[in-house]
Design a protein around this ligand. Sequence first.
Ligand code: 3AT
Ligand code: MN
Ligand code: MN
Length: 596
Amino acid sequence: MASERMYGVTPPMKEDLPTPPELAATEALIDELKRQNTFESPSDTAKRHEVLASIAEICNEFVKHVARLKEPKNEVLIRNAIGRVFTYGSFRLGVYGPGSDIDTLVVAPRYVTRDDYFEHFPGLLVDMAPKGAITDMAVVTDAFVPIIKFEYFGISIDLIFSRIMQKQLSNDLKDLSDSGLLRGLDEAELRSLNGTRVTDEILNLVPEKGTFRMALRAIKLWAQRRAVYANIMGFPGGVAWAMLVARVCQLYPKATASVVVNKFFLIILKWQWPQPVLLKPIESGPLPVRVWNPKLYKGDAFHLMPIITPAYPSMCATFNITKSSMTVIQRELKRAFEISEKIMTGKLPWAELFGKHTFFTAGFKYYISVISTSTTKEAHKIWSGYVESKVRMLVQRLETHPSIALARAFNKGYERKHLCRNNEEIAKVQEGVLDFIVPADEGKSNEAAQQPQNGDASHPQQIPGLKAEGGVAIKGEPGLDDTDMPPPQQALKSENNGAVKAEEGAKTEGDVKDGPSEVYTTTHYIGLELNKDAKSLDLSYQVDEFKSLCTSWVKYKDELQDIATIGVQHCRNINLPDDVFEPGETKPQKKSAAKA
Ligand code: 3AT
Ligand code: MN
Ligand code: MN
């Protein structure tokens, strides 16, 4: 039951108990969330717990194994050597769905290093788990948070690691809330422990966990459907949305989930940014580490919508948010608030709130596409990941352009595989100009060209490279129609800056001997809203800077530059590839002859 404890940094706004209509609205919300498949079956959840129990066992064996190697004579140490397993992310919060992973943290005593973890854990995992249970293992030692990723009986596991400076761990170590546990850790370990510490704190800081979870499920689904859920693209991620919901729960400690959702949109819409969202006062602590403080650190004062993690050392979970993403979030909150008001008065069903975004169908007239390409699958994983993490840097540059009112990155990239018959086709894929399909005639693709996964044979009218002759990529609206654009053949011939290595495509002439070769691409789309008075748009400066940013990556220079490229193109809504549209969606059509 709700205690008299005050949650949060201010007193509650309202402490009324829910009314019968509010409770009915919560029932309807739960029904809709079920319909939308956000809950998993009890048997699947049981499977998760079995997998976790197995990982815990393997974790103990791992620590024992390292103890034997490092202190072979210390029998007591070996006998008592154990590791501990904690979770974070959606599983820990209790808002996971059928496709969720389990974000898991391995904690070991001080003599076990991260190197030990990467050296011994993967092998033990495969040996100790049932035969064939572990698949798709990827060991990423050099990430911001070093990680072992794998599937265990088809459940994705993100396994991270940290030591704590104790000689033996105890089974009594119930949680990681003691900030003293952070002593002596390096930054990667600190970040690893932090996932669990933050999640646990969030749960501790909400008055009713069940209400919080249900409301968060609704907010997550809404944010995903509206394409405003993506930390990497400058939108709040899972943790940030969770903290916002938690704050609203604090303000309405006795409210039912439907009310929390409704108030969520209102409170967050009206929030006086850049005032931070805090779940508790920011703590100081025992370590010489940075804690979010806009008075002390200039960088922190630039955060537009600061949402601060509650566990020491507090950080801003939303430092990625840009002017444009903030505008988009505000618009979405407004739409959602209006809809939720109608839902609460019975005028609309919850399904309305979860209606899909219109990013491609009615979002923008102009799009920028960022295309990372690689000729091997392995390289593409690394390269596309890196480029993805930089896309918001391009967004930030675009935002500062005087003709651009708003630049919005779509929350996920599109992965495609192309079969190219020759180097010319490879170069075209790299440029993103035509997906190598050379139109036989207007609006028809070359039948001979193969295009196995990208079902898009109908966009032969890509606009030429941003630095195409004349330097003007998009001419001002209104009044601009396609006749202003060079025809596609010309587009191909025009000097193209789309791919860094486009010209070098010829260098590898002759490499493609035995049939078609595969080229992997990931394309990120950025929608552009232009200022009313925008006449022309030359983005070559921003684009070149962005490309340099990507290609100056050490790993690119060392390992990838012969097999990977980065291209930036732009395209009209009517020329978007077909595969960004789902069945039932209509691709924007050219406003035909009527206008000309
Ligand atoms: P799902 O149910 O898994 O979709 P989730 O909230 O668990 O939702 P993730 O598994 O992607 O989402 O992330 C769990 C946590 O892992 C959230 C954050 O603390 C951390 N995390 C994820 N991606 C990154 C990243 N790129 N950088 C730093 N931390 C990350
Ligand atoms: Mn997760
Ligand atoms: Mn994860």
